[in-house]
Write a protein of this length. Structure first.
Length: 118
């Protein structure tokens, strides 16, 4: 249920946000984006930057597979943050892989707020 609180819906250029996102902090999202999280298996620490990079207007590359990741910035990739199911899927998957756990609703909201500023 909590993870659904961070779902973003875009409709006709009007942002409809759950209450959690009203208090979202882009600065906290940026800090979380670059923070390195230790891995339980002893592998190198990871951050969102590991795959997506620091410049969200540029493509990233998945660390394990080498697969290109389209830019996260809605300013250059208007399809970002438009599909609630994809947002939920990727935040769940990427938080588990990077942080070693699911992100809280606040963390998800902060990441989304940060990405929207790019």
């Amino acid at each position: 249920m909590k993870r659904h609180l961070a779902t973003v819906l875009l409709s006709a250029s009007t942002l409809i946000l759950p209450a959690t996102l009203w208090a979202a902090d882009p600065a906290a999202g940026a800090a979380g984006w670059t923070k390195e999280y230790p891995q339980a298996d002893g592998s190198a620490p990871r951050s969102c930057v590991t795959c997506h990079g620091r410049d969200l207007t540029q493509p990233g590359r998945q660390a394990n597979t080498g697969k290109v990741i389209e830019p996260m910035a809605p300013s250059v990739n208007p399809q970002r943050l438009t599909d609630p199911a994809k947002i939920d899927k990727w935040l769940t998957r990427n938080c588990r892989w990077t942080l070693g756990r699911e992100c809280t609703a606040d963390e998800k909201a902060d990441f989304i707020a940060y990405i929207k500023t790019q």
